[in-house]
Ligand binder design. Sequence first.
Ligand SMILES: *Cc1c(COP(=O)(O)O)cnc(C)c1O
Length: 225
Amino acid sequence: MPVNTSAYQSIYKELASSNVTLVAVSKTKPASDILELYNLGHRDFGENYVQELTDKAKELPAGIRWHFIGHLQTNKVKLIIPIVQLIHGVDSLKLLREIQKQAAKAGKKVECLLQVHIAMEETKFGLDETELAEIISLSRAGEFSQLAIRGLMGMASFTEDMDKVGAELRHLKSLFDKYAVDFGQAPILSMGMSSDYRLAVSLGSNMVRIGSLLFGARSAGTTGH
Ligand SMILES: *Cc1c(COP(=O)(O)O)cnc(C)c1O
């Protein structure tokens, strides 16, 4: 399926006018698709799988800002540290500590977002509020010197029920506001996908992750959830 460049142009324009960063989610799509958007000036791309990210980063231009948006296993952290601009899916203290350790080894300041579990589905990853509070207090105590924790990320339930999606996104926004002072000068709230990005932006998102509207539908079993 070809890249929908006209959808890209209009979504990009729509988001730029409200200062929202568009992360083009390119998982399972070929490098040539990424290059097509890159040639239109796009730089922020999101990937879910470590092997796929490292392969693509090797063959694509160095100017790309890679966002890791999938579930990250601790034993794979070191593979992505040299490549990533922002790790969205930090969903455990153990993972955060591993990122801190590998970032120190690499001598790199690593930017990340804490993923909060806001959906009703049990299949989705993320911190609960207690775990989030614990990480924030460790961060305030200086535990993560090698990291820049820039904000929060979350995914709403996969449902047509937009009232439910809205309630979940509002919940994430309220946690984001609660801890905004902990996220530095330009806090990031990564929420919104193809199905709910407009709603997410209206509720305060400043970074959306959009795949299928730009690159077409993925085959079953590759949603990355
Ligand atoms: C796949 C994925 C997206 C993009 O989903 P679309 O519905 O195709 O826009 C966004 N965020 C995460 C975490 C994903 O895994």
